[in-house]
Design a protein around this ligand. Sequence first.
Ligand code: ADP
Length: 360
Amino acid sequence: LKRKFQPPKRVENSQRGGKSSVGSCPVPKRSGGGVQIARPTSSSSRADNGANVDDQEELPEELQHLDKELVKKIQNEIMESGDKITFDDIAGLDEAKQTVQEVVCWPMKRPDLFTGLRRAPNGLLLYGPPGTGKTLIGKAIAHESGATFFSISSSSLTSKWIGEGEKLVRTLFAVAAFRQPAVVFIDEIDSLLTQRKASENEASRRIKTEFLVQLDGTGTTGQGRVLVIGATNRPQELDEAARRRFTKRLYIPLPAEMDRSILLQVMLKTNNHILSIEEVQKLARETDGFSGADLKALCTDAAMGPIRQLGDRALTIDVKDVPAISYKHFRKSLKGTKPSVAPSDLIQYEEWDKVYGTNR
Ligand code: ADP
């Protein structure tokens, strides 16, 4: 017996405890983005579009012309419902946060206000060193504008989804249009939209063409509200056609000393530690060139310090007797940790930003 399509329940993330503003913004009575698809009906609203879709469920009418297996895969593997990241969860990056609020979040919430000259960009490019919060920003945009978040990396388009890449791109945008407002986050966008090389195979060329077609048909105003966010550590690999489509291009740099101090304080909150504020500030000075992800790795290693110190006793000790994490543990961990981004790479990002960045 076939059951009627029941949108799966959204899974709350107990660790983050973020606001659940999803579903709170107005929804215009309009059909989809790049692919013309009607809005979900009340039985399949985007407010509860969370987790897995099982085999028995029928697709909503608007999606029935699509490959059912592929739609299910997209809903189960690419559509995310877990982390509710807010802008408050992202340390530093104040300018970037302010800009995306204005140019992306508000138009997603009020498409009727952002028309004409105020029209929002169809594509947002976030570029900079790895581990600086680009994915977090994508998630926060989706969460704070009440949008469904779809996340895929370019490498998985050409490897995991081998043979189905082109169809997957088309189906993904169709599902996103149906679930709008939606954010489609494409990590490593450079490898999808890289400058054409003679060695490029037919399959990747077709995926790229399909993606550009879909990108041209999306937008947060006009046809629908599907925002494409591309993230890259190698912006210089994008060709002119790709750059032109990402009309907003934001540099997400390494955290400055002040931001590192905030990041360290946020990360330390989750465990018992005895670092004074002066010691945290000292650590922030000592971690020049570290990305957010590098700092997280440093904190994770330092947090193991008290356990290492206990040796075998760690297996029997009472939790309350475990020594607190101290500056000494961080010093030890720092000896074995290096920033993952080379200074020469930073110069390249800054130069690309000067030429192609649209920070305002
Ligand atoms: P990328 O820029 O490569 O997309 P991510 O957004 O995936 O980086 O960040 C990797 C991890 O590093 C995050 O899960 C988080 O733990 C940490 N991190 C990086 N930047 C920040 C930041 N600005 N605020 C909070 N955490 C951060």
